[in-house]
Design a protein around this ligand. Structure first.
Ligand SMILES: [Fe+2]
Ligand SMILES: [Fe+2]
Length: 241
């Protein structure tokens, strides 16, 4: 399995991108203050949040397709698969760290607030919503890289991998926590790329529908995508290409 951390950062291009990055950096600061180096507990609580956007995005894209009577180009399945994948991260880490009462209460409160906030944000600006998730996932890659380093330095026991993780990622019977964290980090890097890709595609669609020419020029200057290059990241993700 690839050992390289993939510390890719997507440079913000406009105000909404900068806002998305600002929100994520603030929430990262709060999470760092609350969990410090308790990476197992951090993973359990944050995976309960990470599993929300894919379900919300999948639902709202589904409704949009029904209203517009158009295809989804693989987006819905990709988003629902992301939600399920995040839930499997949770089912894995719950075997590693048991949340305390305060953390369980936090999960309840955060879910209530985050689900509604993300739902409303996705209705108003799906592009910003996907950009926020892209930046969340960048931070997840950083956090799991730090978790790996804690394991490598012996500050966190490299316990046997939970059976649920061995089954889910098809790991060897003697797999350890380190193998699990590597697999999870690879998933987060994939979510990062898919969500930034969706946000890019929505930028192109906005411009094509009469949005700002300057936004397209800024976007084209990055060399990422042109309106003539339909986004097929979702299909690549689905097909494992
Ligand atoms: Fe995750
Ligand atoms: Fe993720």
């Amino acid at each position: 399995m690839n050992e390289l951390p993939s510390p890719k950062h997507r440079t913000p291009e406009d105000l909404r991108d900068r806002l998305a990055l600002g929100v994520v950096k603030f929430l990262r600061f709060v999470a760092d203050a609350f969990f410090a180096r308790r990476y197992g507990h951090r993973a359990v609580v944050l995976e309960t949040v990470a599993a929300v956007p894919g379900m919300v995005g999948g639902l709202l894209q589904h409704l949009r397709c029904l209203r517009r009577m158009t295809g989804d180009r693989g987006w819905i399945r990709t988003l629902l698969a992301e939600a399920e994948n995040e839930r499997m991260h949770l089912m894995t880490f719950i075997e590693i760290a048991r949340p305390n009462l305060l953390e369980r209460l936090l999960v309840l409160l955060v879910q209530g607030a985050f689900f509604n906030a993300f739902f409303l944000l996705y209705l108003v600006s799906p592009k910003t919503a996907h950009r926020i998730v892209g930046y969340f996932e960048e931070e997840a890659v950083v956090s799991y890289t730090q978790y790996l380093s804690e394991i490598d330095q012996g500050r966190h026991a490299n316990v046997s991998a939970p059976q649920v993780a061995i089954d889910y990622w098809n790991l060897g019977p003697d797999a350890r926590l380190r193998d699990v964290v590597l697999a999870v980090r690879a998933d987060e890097a994939k979510h990062r790329d898919v969500n930034h890709g969706f946000a890019d595609e929505l930028t192109v669609q906005t411009v094509a529908a009469g949005g700002s020419r300057a936004a397209l020029d800024r976007h084209a200057a990055t060399g990422r995508r042109s309106p003539d290059a339909p986004f097929d990241g979702a299909l690549r993700e689905r097909d494992g290409r």
